[in-house]
Design a protein around this ligand. Structure first.
Ligand code: BTN
Length: 266
């Protein structure tokens, strides 16, 4: 690691080796994207639980081919390789978002919420973005899934006018800089617990649905070039969002949610 950037303390991450998540750690100063590196290692046969961390990504990506920008030494950007059974894949995103939310609740004393499908917000601003990519074999079987997490830790968006209104960080919400290694261990240990629950057959969808801030709200969801508007009434067992409008329910598999006023409220 360079002298200027305070690095993570890898020796403390060894505590994770007793579980699945964190069984192997790859920590790089710079990568294109931790997602690409995790995919590369997965194709080489890496064991599940591998965590790829980069201080800096030159091609960090978010959903809908957006760019993910983070600050070396201040934030956390990492990917986790899992090899769930095909019927468990739908819960990988639920596990990841709940793990990050739990960490945020524990460290900030503020009401961190999940915005469907995979953002964690505090004070209405984005704390973390999560991305899940999965790969299937030519015969259609699930090979593996990669979870990508971008988590703002010691970034101070209140000092950055261009992101002040949309982003926040654990430090900004808690009022003090945090030990990034401890934050990373906390998220990974919680993810390991949720993944253990998935592997023994637990269904996380109800717990996850209860934590979604989106439910009960009037929303526009941009999805596949169209906009679905209505009240979010719940999610199905796969985590798809159910939107009710004029008595009809539309099931939304993916999309970008924007909150709107309830009808009649000006
Ligand atoms: C989103 O909000 O759209 C998801 C953002 C996910 C960003 C993380 S940072 C670590 C990992 N590597 C990437 O290139 N993307 C994910």
């Amino acid at each position: 690691m360079s002298d200027e950037i305070p690095g993570l303390d890898l020796s403390r991450l060894a505590a994770l080796r007793s579980g699945v998540v964190g069984v192997r750690i790859s920590y790089e100063q710079e990568l294109g994207s931790t997602m690409d590196e995790a995919h590369r290692l997965a194709e080489e046969g890496a064991t599940e639980g591998l965590v790829v961390i980069a201080e800096q990504q030159t091609k960090g990506r978010g959903r809908f081919e957006r760019t993910w920008i983070s600050t070396p030494g201040l934030d956390l950007t990492f990917s986790v390789l899992l090899r769930p059974a095909a019927d468990q894949l739908r819960m990988v995103n639920m596990a990841a978002t709940m793990a990050v939310q739990d960490t945020a609740l524990a460290l900030t004393n503020k009401g961190a919420v999940i915005k469907w499908p995979n953002d964690v917000l505090v004070s209405g601003r984005k704390l973390s973005g999560i991305l899940v990519e999965s790969v299937t074999s030519p015969s259609g079987g699930l090979q593996y899934a990669v979870i990508g997490v971008g988590l703002n830790v010691n970034l101070r968006p209140d000092e950055r006018p261009e992101i002040r209104d949309i982003a926040t960080s654990l430090a900004q919400e808690s009022g003090a800089d945090l030990d990034r290694t401890a934050v990373l261990i906390d998220v990974l240990a919680r993810l390991d617990e949720y993944y253990a629950a998935i592997r023994v057959g637990q269904d996380l969808s109800e717990r996850w649905a209860e934590r979604l801030d989106t439910i009960g709200r009037y929303v526009d969801v941009n999805w596949g070039g169209r906009t679905v508007s209505g009240r979010a009434t719940g999610v199905d067992r796969d985590g798809n969002l159910l939107i009710e409008s004029e008595g009809q329910i539309t099931t939304v598999v993916a999309g970008e949610v924007t909150l709107r006023r309830a009808p009649g409220n000006r």
